[in-house]
Design a protein around this ligand. Sequence first.
Ligand code: HPA
Length: 276
Amino acid sequence: MDIDTAHRISATVDAVRARVGARVPSIGVVLGSGLGAFGDTLTGPKIAYSELPNMATSKVVGHAGNLCFGDVGGVSVVCMQGRVHYYEGHSIDAVVHGVRTMARLGVRAVLITNAAGGVESTWSAGDLMVITDHLNLAGASPLIGPNDASLGPRFPDMTEAYDPELRQMLREVARDEKVPLREGIYAWLTGPTYETPAEVRMVRGLGAQAVGMSTVPEVVALRHMGVRVGALSCITNLAAGIGGQKLDHAEVEATARSRREDLLRLLRGWIMKAGA
Ligand code: HPA
């Protein structure tokens, strides 16, 4: 964070409000690789990131760049359809600018999704996992630098970073919708290479069940601002050395897309419970 972060957020929030009026969304959603379909189900205003000051745009295939507004069962939602990643060369401040903007728009909770590699040999591509905790192995944090106390404290607590109540809500929705749901710890490495088999053995030894290139900085920035967070991984592949096959982004995206219907049902149900 730097001393201009709060001003940059305000500029984006003002530009969004100029487009959507004074509506205050209660739930924010972040859609990961191949998981953007939910954004297209929202019928409110849709603003391209490129139309907003300070919002970086992802060049990664499978990531649109729209801030979508809508209503799910009476719950007002703002959704980031596509995110930018640290490995794209954006500053870590730019990586979390979208979620900080949603926080300032007034959301009470943010539900984050991502595509991730599975570290457990008994899991399968296509499994869905509620994140219970994370390992930040990227050596980066959006809070490094001077702290702006108007956003949050210098030393945020991370004991229950992934809100237990939101996790329970997702488990209940999964049970009601009959969608199998795993749970586990997500390790963040910067990418953009997929991990080596040795790195995957390392994160497994450290207790992770999934590995990926996003989410953790967003969670850190949101917890700093006191926003509740829930997160869901689509295990798009077994991580390097676990499944034996080589990894490829097209397959990651295709697997994420193949879980579209279940993901839509889980997200809708989760939003209705979280926003109630
Ligand atoms: N590793 C890191 N990120 C990922 C993977 C993976 O295996 N699959 C999807 N995103």
